[in-house]
Design a protein. Sequence first.
Length: 274
Amino acid sequence: MNTTLGDFRGTLLLVGAGKMGAALLEGWLARGLAPERVAVVEPQPSPQIARHAAQGLRLNPVHEALQADVVVVAVKPQTAPEVLAEVGPLVGAASLVISIMAGRTLGFLQAALPTGTAIVRSMPNTPAAIGRGITVAVPNSAVTPAQRQIATDLLAAAGAVEWTDDEALLDAVTAVSGSGPAYVFLLAECLARAGARAGLPPGLAERLARATVAGAGELLHRSAEPAATLRRNVTSPGGTTAAAIEVLTAPDGLDPLMERAVAAATRRSKELGS
């Protein structure tokens, strides 16, 4: 994604610059957002953010002196009530607030911010750290088409962006893409252990599993073919891959296991949001 942010002329306030917030910030600056357009509230700024401050970024500015056109809230959801109480006075009638907090609903955000605030709730995932994540976003009724485009441009710093008008879908989104990287990492772990049990030296098994999962993911990223087609392309009838796929596609194989895992994560997401 090569979105250019050099034309942004407002003030962007980033509240929270942990891993996800910092990843977004780096993406914005790489896409041309001027550091002097950005203010960051972060009690424990990294050395990289301190360096950006030397280039014009405002770090922990005095709130009374700040008028934010866009506010991106990237703090842990359990701190949301106190953080939003501080953010509220900085939100004007034309401001856009983008939340990347897991579990915090539009209803919660609307109750905590000034009446009529334009709000986008979004769910990114950890590959955002390398610009290869995917984010699903849902707007409230106050978000204008122009604000939706601004949100798209900002979230695209983390990777692909998808929109939905059905907030209820975000629980399943969390289960699939939000938690999904952990499933892939677990696959690499399991593949390495299986290789070691098959007789490979553990170090070699780990390197093979890591490179295989990473390479297959990159092939899936670059190809326009469905995952099922790519799988069939490497599965010769009667061959070694076919023997393994027969186990993985058995009635008690990977498909029902993944279905149960996603269902469990979806339930937990709903519980955390209630």
